[in-house]
Design a protein around this ligand. Structure first.
Ligand code: DAT
Length: 172
């Protein structure tokens, strides 16, 4: 039997607002917010620390194993700055948040990002890496880019996605 509630993936370059948006969407819908970065840390689903990229080396197989049963139930909002290693069948919608470079630059700087970590992320946004990754990993009609430049955008996006969740029916 198919799931009775949809699963949504919220992806995008770090700083585009994935966690803020997912958390508010979770409040609005009662869906479970799964922050992959936190899950990896809490459950040790990694192969150590990458000094250069300053992040955990995520073990994608362990993450997918950990989430399989939960995703099967539906009702999940998954939040991660990558999207190409999840099983395609998990998601009914893939949201790619996008932020203007200058706005993103300020956000990441105030988060303490500097040097190559800062420029790598800005380049990731300029070259629309996550949008490309989403489009090559999922069917085109479920991938939606959403602008996330200001607080108003967050509210709009949460409303759009809550409406979509409410109108979703198990199909097929
Ligand atoms: P992400 O999870 O994509 O890394 P975040 O939700 O942690 O991003 O947001 C990073 C910071 O930027 C945080 O201080 C909230 C702020 N922010 C995010 N999206 C925003 C938006 N659309 N307008 C204003 N501030 C935003």
């Amino acid at each position: 039997m198919g799931r009775m509630k949809p699963n949504i993936l919220v992806t995008g370059t770090p700083g585009t607002g994935k966690t803020t948006t997912s958390s508010l969407l979770s409040d609005a819908t009662g869906f479970r917010h799964i922050n992959i970065g936190d899950l990896v840390k809490e459950n040790n689903l990694h192969d150590g620390w990458d000094d250069e990229l300053e992040c955990h080396i995520i073990n994608e197989d362990l993450v997918c194993d950990e989430l399989e049963d939960i995703m099967e139930q539906g009702g999940n909002i998954v939040d991660y700055h990558g999207c190409d290693f999840f099983p395609e069948r998990w998601f009914d919608k893939v949201v790619v948040l996008q932020t203007d470079n200058s706005v993103l630059y300020d956000r990441l700087s105030s988060r303490g990002y500097m040097g190559s970590k800062l420029t790598n992320n800005i380049e990731c946004e300029i070259f629309q890496v996550l949008l490309e990754e989403a489009r090559s990993s999922y069917t085109e009609d479920i991938v939606v880019p959403l602008v996330s430049n200001c607080v108003d955008d967050i509210s709009k996006n949460v409303t759009t996605l809550s409406d979509w969740i409410r109108s979703w029916h198990p199909t097929s």
